[in-house]
Design a protein around this ligand. Sequence first.
Ligand code: ADP
Ligand code: MG
Length: 263
Amino acid sequence: MKNRGIELKNLTAGYAPEKPLIKGLSLFMDEGEFWVVVGPNGAGKSTLLKTILGIVPPISGKIYIHGVDCTGKDYCEEKQLLSYVPQMESYSRIFPATALDIVISGLFPRKSRLEPVKENEIKLARYWLKTLELDHLSDKPFASLSGGQQRKVLIARALISNPHYLFLDEPTTGVDIKSSRKILNIIASLNREKKFGILMVTHDLNFVWPYMEKAIIIGNGRFIAGNKEEIINEDVLSEIYGVKIKIVETQAGPIFLIGDKHV
Ligand SMILES: Nc1ncnc2c1ncn2[C@@H]1O[C@H](COP(=O)(O)OP(=O)(O)O)[C@@H](O)[C@H]1O
Ligand SMILES: [Mg+2]
């Protein structure tokens, strides 16, 4: 067992043992690696993230974090190395917290309930808001921000607990193209410059291709995991998404063309 990285051993995930979504997945995600999870809606991508995070219990198999078996444990110190930006549902418009409050709330799992927020913690929250280009919005109500801004606040919230690995579930879905590019650029620089390990669910292969190293493709109750060049090709993507996908090689790297109009 390696005493770094996240290791999945024969992991079977889902909500009913007779109907697993992912069956027998083994892989090793090292520190600082950039992994992408792709596959159609309902395939089990979110469930996979939640299972590794310990939010959903696995049907069988083991999850080791930095060499420690955290499978099914309510408390496992190594889980604190993982942080999570869930798939976006809509947030209540009357939710009163500010962007700064939301970022600080990322520290709460580690604080006792009555412990006041310290000055250095507010500083840290402001540092992450600045890194995510949100400093001008820190005192604005979270509910008043755009979808893209809310995602960035939630990324800052995930980072304040000082994780080694950041799990992101479709961080750009429903966000306009320019804001999506910004968010993905920030995620790429968190990986390259700050060395966070990234495990991200996304459909935006065109943008993440240069940054990602490994992929997990899930669909039709099957999966493939490994180096991106070895597992991602037209046939696999077309089969798993159920639409024709063409990969055009250009000098700037591959471009993924989706749908009947292009191919
Ligand atoms: N808490 C749950 N209990 C039972 N079934 C669930 C639960 N959450 C999700 N599912 C089902 O599991 C399947 C996979 O869901 P999910 O992991 O969210 O897929 P994806 O993220 O790939 O779109 C779906 O059929 C979904 O309805
Ligand atoms: Mg999902």
